[in-house]
Design a protein around this ligand. Sequence first.
Ligand code: ZN
Ligand code: ZN
Ligand code: FE
Length: 735
Amino acid sequence: MTLLVDRVRRMSVWGTVQGVGFRPFVYRLATELGLAGSVRNAGGHVEIVVAGPAPALDEFARRLRDQAPPHAVVERLTVEAAAGRPAPGFVVLDSSAGTAANGIPPDLATCPACLNELFDPADRRHRYPFVNCTACGPRATIVDGLPYDRERTSMRAFPMCDDCAREYADPADRRFHAEPIACPACGPRLSWHRGPALARGSVALYMAEWALRFGGVIAIKGLGGYQLVCDATCEAAVARIRRVKARPAKPVAIMVPDLATAHRLAWLTRQDERDLLSAAAPIVLAEAPHSTSPDFPDVGLFLPYTPLHHLLLADLRRPLVVTSANRADEPMVIDDETALRELEPLVDGVLAHDRPIVARHDDSVVKAGRLVRRARGYAPAPLPLPVRVTAPILAVGAQLKHTFAVADGDRVTLSPHLGDLENEAALDAFEHAIEGMSPAVVAHDLHPGYLSTQMARRWPDRVAVQHHHAHVAAVAAEHGIDGPFLGVAYDGLGMGDDGTFWGGELLLADFTGYRRLARFSHAPMPGGAVAVRRPDRMALGYLLGGERFDDDPIDVPDTEDVEVVRKMIERGINTPLASSAGRLFDALAALLGVCRRNRFEGEAAMRLEALALPYATAEPLAWRIHERDGLLVYDAVATLRDALAAVAAGESVGRVSAAFHATLAAVTLLLCERADAGIRTVCLSGGVFQNRLLTREVTRRLTEAGYRVFTGERVPVNDGGISYGQAVIAAATRL
Ligand code: ZN
Ligand code: ZN
Ligand code: FE
């Protein structure tokens, strides 16, 4: 027999516990178990005082962990004895103000229960584009302070009607303490703007849908920013979106009504399906059939994730192009004034609403279960920090695909993707975000020209972190690897510690330091930054001035630039050296006639991957590894020469490209084995590992040889993950 003794306990719950229906869950659990007490949001965590018999309290604590709502993550639960005796019954208290910067929950896609209401003619929220509940809806994009409460979101401008207030206050209702709760009587409203014309509510939606039906391009106010939308099957409209965005080549994402439609457009894996259906609802880069996408390996698909998107897709019954409304690489527009001033003249109308967007969150992008762009639905959920810090660290990131990170306590908060810092608007956004911060230590890249590095100079206590060390440390930290590991960094460019640009590196690393074990052979980049946009120049760089280990002759293609480039290299004019895997992809793409100019970052490599996919099992090309100055060096020129010979012998470009992927996989394994560091853990990072074929082949060969292989999943392997790596390294070395 259990002795029933009344006890009082104080429980603190840490993790993702705000904005995910956690307090209502606590209320229902306590009520079910007949316990008295209270629950409240406190800064970044939830505090519970609970009284009752000891066995019931134990069960309560167990179920707090085991039965938490679907999107809650309980990272830590502390239980301590407390004094006093709460009044009978269980109450949800108002929040106590907190200072924690952590704990803003990510946005969640519309849940099935809300979808039912959206399409139920009898429901009072029938076709209401802002329906949400404790399990879904806007969070991070409307919050401007913690704790997470309606008064600290942009919903404070909408006083609840009596019906909503009743639901909000009723512990038995699924909208109990749903902070963004709204209905047609009290919540935000749509508006349609076209020149002087203005319509509101359902008429606004009707006008927008008519514009889309007739091949128009419109701007809509989405969750984390404005989006450009058109019928994906209307080529003229898609071409217009490209012109508005000044983005002639890069594929645009397509929103499809359901999984069945997605299956018709791409080869979806189970993982792709899971990601499409997840509460984060990212754009999934799925493998595209070669017949429909000969140039690019992927097609970007996603499902509707707000009630407004659901209404558009259901009414129009066709896939829509839905892409962030911006020009080139500028940040997406979030405020109504800019949208009406700058977007409206370029499109056939703007579908806006009166709930302000507080934080800009682009759509996140996932490829093969790994984040390529981490923003809406993921940010700012915290990431692990392997070492605890007692004072905050700011890591300012790199230059392109910019993010910044703040390490505090035992977690890192990574900002959503901000865009390229070269862009003034992105730089302003970054400046605004870090203004007023007083970090104890600031981590930055070695590259003095990065605007992030220059920004870091305003703080006295700084740590310079090598770019590829940050890349591989990000992967190791995400996977909780402690102790030394082999870091394979295949990347575009990053400043090395020897004054050359790196990007084809094997490092022996931990969080406090690294030693370079191997590298790709280097080649001059004729014209410096120009060569990044000019794979044809890079090819000449390798053939005319690439690092050599033999005197075998090379047939240099006779192009107009040959003499110019030869002179640049001979005289050493603007020809910085790079040992970069990304530049090697560029050079090969140009030599194969696949891509002479990069219209966007990574285009040449993407085209090579697309060509290679049908020949995935090709044998490697010729390759050699030499030793030079204590480093292993992969002789890239030997491979390029063999590729040229294969093409001259009539081999298809696709097969040569597949052989090149296989070559890099074989090289990677041999570099790891020859380095013989006695380490069996390998972390793959750098933007080149966004290539699914290369990642698959490298992982396969290393795994078969007995290595444990990790790569970025929750943190991008591209420069969007640099700030996280910097934060981890600064934490390990300085605090
Ligand atoms: Zn819902
Ligand atoms: Zn209402
Ligand atoms: Fe990089």
